[in-house]
Design a protein around this ligand. Structure first.
Ligand code: UDP
Ligand code: MG
Length: 321
């Protein structure tokens, strides 16, 4: 007898797609045949399906999704009215399948994350895990630049008080219960990698090798990675604000020391030479500290601004189901 304690789920595979008309025709068949295999093994229900989320692509992606839906109804699609970015595309997909599946796995359209890991994810789910994180065991196929910047970001985030699962992006399985709990987080600034661990249900980790894109090029340039990282930190931690305070405290101490030195020099009747360099240095030094600090504070105020408006996080324009 199987050791499973949980029934075979209706599995939804959620795929955010931005300008993926080249990659999708290659990746969807791979995922469909994987679904078929898992159905055959009785691991999941026959009604399992793919949901492609078109994130306001400027290319042919939506037509590609509709055509695939025509020939295979297991491919479903929604299209957002506007490009909202990976996190919101993913969220809109997860919220769409919330009442239509028992478990959902999110994966990128380029299949850089090994789809085979899904088998293990579903097995863990059936042993009672509510969240299963896909973790990259190696990133040899990423460029050196991507790998080092990504690792630097993980380290930096951790220092800044943001707990994420190391080398886990958004490739994960979530049970229906986890999805329902996630839907209760009403914030506009979504950073799923930070939020999901906070839900705090029983979880496990599945490791896999990260491969290369099946087609097309990365939609995550350094600028978007930087934005995601800053968003992640400022959404989860007020530590940077405290660091501003400490920096201010330090520079105040330094100023006091200099003042004492100047006074001692003055009363010691050693004339203080008019130091152009030191004045310029301190003006620029303090100036940049102030600018940086205002920037960090501004980042948080910007967040408050976005949150108080309570705008919808995405708009679904059309759907094929
Ligand atoms: N993506 C998206 N909206 C965006 C940017 C990216 O939905 O604005 C999707 C993209 O189609 C892909 C996934 O997010 O399925 C990850 O993007 P990509 O593979 O380009 O990132 P990388 O793997 O290079 O970090
Ligand atoms: Mg990719």
């Amino acid at each position: 007898m199987e050791p499973y304690t949980v029934e075979a789920p209706v599995l939804a595979i959620v795929i955010p797609c931005y300008n993926e008309s080249e990659a999708l025709p290659q990746s969807a068949p791979v995922l469909l045949s994987l679904l078929e295999r898992m159905c055959g093994e009785g691991l999941i229900q026959n009604e399992s399906y793919l949901l492609c989320v078109n994130d306001g692509s400027r290319d042919d992606t939506w037509n590609v999704i509709c055509r695939m839906h025509e020939s295979d109804k297991r491919v479903k699609g929604i299209t957002l009215a506007h490009n909202r970015g990976h996190q919101y595309a993913l969220l809109s997909g997860l919220m769409t399948v919330i009442d239509r599946c028992d478990a959902a796995i999110s994966i990128d359209a380029d299949l850089q994350d090994d789809p085979e890991a899904m088998v293990k994810m579903v097995e863990d789910y059936r042993m009672g895990k509510e969240v299963v994180y896909g973790v990259r065991s190696s990133r040899q196929t990423d460029t050196f630049f991507k790998r080092t910047t990504a690792h630097a970001f993980y380290g930096f985030q951790k220092k800044m008080g943001l707990e994420t699962v190391y080398d886990h992006a958004d490739y994960r399985l979530m049970s229906n219960r986890a999805l329902k709990l996630l839907s209760g987080y009403g914030e506009s600034n979504m950073f799923l990698r930070g939020l999901v661990p906070q839900i705090g249900l029983d979880s496990s980790v599945v490791t896999y090798e990260r491969g290369v894109r099946v087609a097309g090029e990365s939609k995550y340039p350094l600028s978007k990675m930087l934005a995601l990282s800053i968003d992640g930190i400022t959404s989860f931690s007020a530590k940077p604000m405290r660091w501003i305070f400490y920096t201010g405290l330090l520079s105040l101490l330094a100023t006091l020391c200099v003042a004492v030195y100047v006074l001692v020099a003055y009363f010691g009747s050693r004339p203080v030479s008019p130091g152009w360099a030191s004045i310029m240095l301190s003006i620029w030094g303090i100036g940049s500290l102030v600018l940086m600090s205002v920037g960090i504070v501004g980042e948080y105020i910007g967040k408050i601004f976005v949150e108080v408006k309570h705008r919808p996080r995405y708009a679904i324009k059309d759907m094929v189901w």
